[in-house]
Write a protein that binds this ligand. Sequence first.
Ligand SMILES: Cc1cc2nc3c(=O)[nH]c(=O)nc-3n(C[C@H](O)[C@H](O)[C@H](O)COP(=O)(O)OP(=O)(O)OC[C@H]3O[C@@H](n4cnc5c(N)ncnc54)[C@H](O)[C@@H]3O)c2cc1C
Length: 601
Amino acid sequence: MTVWEPPIREYDFLFNEVFNAIESIEGLGFEDFDADYLAMLTEGWGMHAKEVWLPINELGDKVGLKFEDGNISMPQEFKDAYRKGIDEGWLATACKPEHGGMGVPTFFSSVTWSEFGTSACMALSVLPALSIGVYEVLTSNGRQDLVDYFAPSLASGELAGTMCLTEPHAGTDLGIITTRAEPEDDGSYRISGTKIFITYGEHDMTDNIVHLVLAKAPGGPEGTRGISLFLVPKYLPAEWESGGVEGISHDLVPEHNGVTCSGSEEKMGLHASPTCVMNFDDSVGWLVGPLHGGMPLMFQMMNRERLATGIMGLGLAEIAYQNALAWSRDRRQGRDLRGIRDPNKPADNILVHPDVRRMLLEAKVNNEGCRALAVWTGILIDQMNSDDPEVAEPAEALVALFTPIIKAHFTDLGCETCSTCMQVMGGAGYCSEFGVEQFYRDVRISKIWEGTNGIQALDLAGRKITQNMGKNLRHLMWPLTEFIEKNRDIPEMGEFNKPLHQGVRGLQQITLLMIAEGMANPHFLAAGATDYCRYFGNVLLGYMWAKMAKVCLERQGEPFYDAKLASARFFFKRIYPETISLAAKIQSGPKTLMDYPAEMF
Ligand SMILES: Cc1cc2nc3c(=O)[nH]c(=O)nc-3n(C[C@H](O)[C@H](O)[C@H](O)COP(=O)(O)OP(=O)(O)OC[C@H]3O[C@@H](n4cnc5c(N)ncnc54)[C@H](O)[C@@H]3O)c2cc1C
């Protein structure tokens, strides 16, 4: 039996005390959105996730889905929970009111929503997350008739969406995909090819599914520049005959569009999330965005999904922590080394042991730091839509910079935290009865999909740092150094501000080294990328902890704020020093990797 309480007080603290979230989205079209509405949404969604989604999570893992004759049937409990989400409007928070959505800011829809959804039931939460990704790409780049026809049902959840990139021979290297798109006279295309690992590629949770498919149309250049993006429904609107869907009713019986599923993978976790082999056989599809210009659009979707994936790491780390904590309060083993705490019992509870405290605090403090960075990034995504370039430009630069770090660092930490929490619980942690074993299996995919963490690190070190003549980094250094300067002479801030300052200086030096050495030898940059990404992640979490500490210093005396200060101290003393060893590894360069004789592996 697992326990989980949505961390509502944590979000209240971040939204209202650390980031002034409501003020920071003023003038961005969220006029009716105030602190009360935000609190109501956070509480409402938290309760829905706890009462409707959490109870089906273990069942999904144990029962899973059924694949038979090309069809996938989901557990009835999943269908009921999904339906409840539709009926209560919880799947449409991110979508525009004109399509029936709530139109709430991203810092709620992509951060709080994702965390609670994943903690409660990751296997279910990826379905609406993908549909919303398709909705966003379609509504910002699709033809109006396609938007009018598909967007409202994608928004409500009545229609599900997928993202079809991967092929048997093309995973990370999408430039070599072979799925083809042949143009028709009526403006549509015929799509043919096989995609693998497609999440929710087939299922019976909705009547129809639309796939966003990467394919190559004739006349395009080689590699990723020749890739276009197509919208391909499983069932075509019945009266479709003219290349478009304008004016076609949703009520008519639709026709099959040659989209079939030939298998669903057996896998380590996420047993109730189908992972499908999808075949497109002369299937009708419509171009989304420019011909041969599909990759930037897919990246638009993937960037959102990468943020969502990072938050999956956090969501599972949070529920794992809550369960390990509950266990450690009850479990009695050994005595406090400095004297018996509970003489009436045969043993003290395991929370008295420094090593157990170390594990729990690593989990808790990393989770809270990640959550703060996620909220800040959510606000920045909203600010990217500002008409004021002084707001939009830095926001865009920071989101570009943070996306690979959030994807990679949060999911690395998510996997480590689930493992650590299993360790806290001893043998019980390894047994399925207590839940953490499932979280450990479920979270593992987050390091792999949406671009492996190794690829995220390369994106950060090889692209995001030098992009726009180094502007992304400058937009970070400005608020960071301003914060450090402002707090330099505040004695109580010294224990947080000084290490932050050292870490930022180290980050600047290491960045220069990576760029300088990387220009002469790309292996230098690639060999250090993962450690650099982790170093960067630690500095950003350090900034978050220093910012939170600043707020809490003014409110000392209340347990919530005192605990936050203790957490900030733990972070700077026991997590942040990892940057020293990371720097040493980066400086050692690629020699020990690349000079190693290939035949001796
Ligand atoms: C459960 C599940 C769900 C998925 N859902 C979807 C989905 O909905 N849609 C979809 O399109 N795909 C999906 N995928 C596919 C997923 O995105 C890919 O598995 C992932 O991108 C990695 O590709 P790959 O498996 O082919 O690994 P490979 O590309 O073969 O990579 C193998 C290893 O080599 C490394 N590597 C590869 N190239 C480089 C390089 N240039 N530099 C350094 N290292 C490199 C990688 O980091 C990795 O460690 C899913 C996969 C799984 C398992």
